[in-house]
Design a protein. Structure first.
Length: 483
């Protein structure tokens, strides 16, 4: 039986047949339950089937559901870890059991000479990294088992002494452990895998793959083809992992801030998805806008977006904010945020609010002015009474700073490309196609300058043009050094 509220009925009807996380809210907008699903459509609809009988706790939950939202993920594993992040950040009433870290399991990676990965309960010590807690032990054990196929750290309590090697256990035969106890590898080689696992938890997949590629090339160059093939298989597995479990992070320092935002800003519900916007330009030149997204208190980089300003000339941050926000709202496939944060004060907030009104979007909006770190809301002349040192204010400052960093990096990248691209325009024989080819092949003028002329020729650049290019870059560098 579907709920009576038509808006909620439509949300349930439109759910995708995808893995993900769903949040139930009560009539006050408070998150009361977070759950994961292999199929969002099937799982959420099951709560409203008239023929289904529930235990008393679930009956009470269903009776309180007034609204819901969902967050599709790329895999069931990602949904598993994202659910943990939501529960940690918002502590929903019907997930109350998960609040006790001493009862539910955690993942621990020790800080010993030969780190191990373990599933533990109870008291934490300082000499380890912790991730969790988690509700379902069986699912956590399966996740850790799969991770150890890619990052084969020791999972036993055997004492490891490289000077006294012993026979490896069965995990070594299953390729789930590098067997440091058997003296098969050095401490540094083993710790490289441990660092890679920690980086994996922190969402640094591209860096891991890049490092593995370098290691594979080195192994092949040393004719160690078996090792090169093993690394190649690791890279293949990583590429096929649809989403890393970065939601496992350490204790959330902004957990209290996430919970406080609703009351401090006078919001109707907890802001699960927050989008922050910033503008970066140099006297109006190469102006860009950034959008960063925080989900359950943590950055979600796959949802970051960049905008190159196209309609505004000169220095006009308010007009640029208007353009960026208007273009963002045209993207119907992007989920709408629960809160928009603008880098700026009353003027920027008023401009952004007009865009929302024109587009009929009633999305909560605040601005954060840099100098005093004051928070401004639409229609209010004075800043909100939130201390700049309050957890929620510090949290908004963190998000604002991330939006600023992202905007500045894009602005610098455009400026660098413009400067370097114009440098190639004056070289005879380097037309638009060759210029585009060079930028696909090389990341900077310095890289082009450093490669031998013969390497340029091998890429298809005529020898005369390659020589001319090298001479020009050398002369250009000499002139720059004199300035």
């Amino acid at each position: 039986m579907l709920p009576k509220k038509k808006g909620l009925q439509k949300k349930i009807h439109d759910l995708p047949d995808l893995p993900g996380v769903y949040l139930f809210r009560d009539k006050s907008g408070r998150i009361i339950y977070a759950g994961k699903a292999l199929s969002l459509r099937n799982r959420v609809r099951s709560y409203f089937q008239a023929s289904r009988s529930f235990n008393p706790k679930t009956e009470l939950l269903v009776g309180e559901i007034a609204d819901m939202e969902h967050y599709p993920t790329a895999s069931e594993a990602e949904a598993f870890f994202l659910e943990s992040r939501f529960i940690k950040a918002y502590q929903p009433h019907y997930n109350i059991d998960l609040r006790d870290d001493k009862t539910f399991p955690l993942v621990r990676i020790t800080k010993s000479d030969f780190p191990r990965i373990e599933i533990i309960r109870g008291k934490k010590d300082k000499d380890a990294y912790y991730f969790g807690p988690f509700t379902e032990t069986w699912a956590l054990r399966r996740a850790v088992r799969n991770l150890r196929r890619i990052f084969p750290l020791a999972g036993c309590r055997r004492r490891i002494n490289p000077e006294k090697p012993v026979r490896p256990c069965f995990d070594y035969n299953l390729k789930r452990c590098l067997a440091p106890c058997a003296g098969n590898l050095t401490k540094e080689e083993y710790n490289r895998t441990a660092r890679a696992l920690l980086s994996f938890f922190e969402g640094k997949n591209p860096q891991i793959i890049s490092e593995l590629k370098s290691a594979m090339v080195k192994a092949a160059g040393e004719l160690n083809f078996e090792e090169a093939a093993r690394i190649r298989d690791e890279i293949d597995v990583l590429r096929r992992v649809q989403k890393h479990p970065k939601a496992l992070g350490r204790e959330q320092p902004y957990q209290k801030a996430v919970l406080n935002l609703k009351n401090s800003l006078g919001l109707l519900k907890e802001p699960v998805r927050i989008e922050a916007y910033d503008i970066s330009n140099l006297f109006g030149q190469e102006a860009v806008g950034s959008m960063v997204t925080f989900l359950a208190g943590e950055p979600c980089r796959k949802m970051y977006r960049r905008f190159q300003i196209k309609e505004v000339e000169g220095i006009d941050d308010c007009a640029m904010i208007v353009e960026v926000l208007r273009r963002r709202l045209l993207e119907k496939e992007w989920p709408l945020p629960d809160l928009i944060l603008i880098d700026g004060g009353r003027g920027q907030v008023a401009a952004a609010h007009r865009v929302l009104m024109v587009n009929h979007r009633e999305i909560p909006l605040v601005g954060l002015a840099k100098e005093e770190e004051q928070i401004f809301a639409p229609g209010k002349r004075k800043p909100l009474l939130v201390s700049r040192s309050a957890p929620e204010s510090l949290f908004l400052q963190r998000i604002r700073d991330e939006a600023h960093r992202f905007a500045v990096s894009y602005h610098r990248n455009l400026r660098r490309k413009k400067i370097t691209a114009s440098a190639l325009d004056s070289i005879p024989g380097i037309g638009p196609k060759r210029k585009a080819f060079l930028w696909r092949k090389f990341s900077s003028l310095e890289e082009i300058k450093s490669v031998p002329t013969s390497e340029l020729v091998k890429t298809g650049i005529p020898e005369k043009v390659a020589l001319r290019l090298k001479i020009f870059l050398s002369e250009d560098s000499s002139q720059s050094d004199k300035v």
